[in-house]
Design a protein around this ligand. Structure first.
Ligand SMILES: [Zn+2]
Length: 123
């Protein structure tokens, strides 16, 4: 059974020759991954040349960008509302649950621009 590269060569001791020599014996990184759109089940393959694709098609990239932006905007709206006083306990609890659901969804969309690290957006 192949070992992981990081167990064959410890990071603190890694050199280019040692790491290169260990590659054939290490678990290989996958050459196919699911499309980044969380609702898509298609696969993207590592290309022979050029930049690897994150999405199976342009429509998936657009759907990903749109849904992620809408989830972020919804999350900001709810977070701002909860920062202000007012509302009943039940209303506040409902909004807290809705905020948590949107953040749970957002985890699947990653954080390429660091927006989720904004202090107003704690996960
Ligand atoms: Zn897709």
């Amino acid at each position: 059974m192949a070992k992981r590269l990081n167990t064959l060569v410890l990071a603190a001791e890694a050199t280019v020759p040692a790491t290169h020599a260990a590659l054939p014996d290490a678990v290989q990184a996958s050459i196919e991954q699911r499309c980044m759109n969380p609702v898509c089940t298609k696969v993207c393959n590592w290309p022979r040349t050029g930049r690897p694709r994150l999405f199976c098609c342009r429509e998936c990239r657009q759907a990903y960008d749109y849904e992620r932006a809408e989830l972020l905007a919804d999350t900001r709206t709810i977070a701002e509302a909860l920062d202000r006083p007012g509302g009943t306990y039940k209303q506040r609890r409902t909004l807290q649950t809705e905020l948590a659901r949107r953040r749970w969804c957002l985890i699947r969309y990653g954080d390429p621009r660091g927006e989720l690290r904004d202090p107003k957006m704690p996960l």
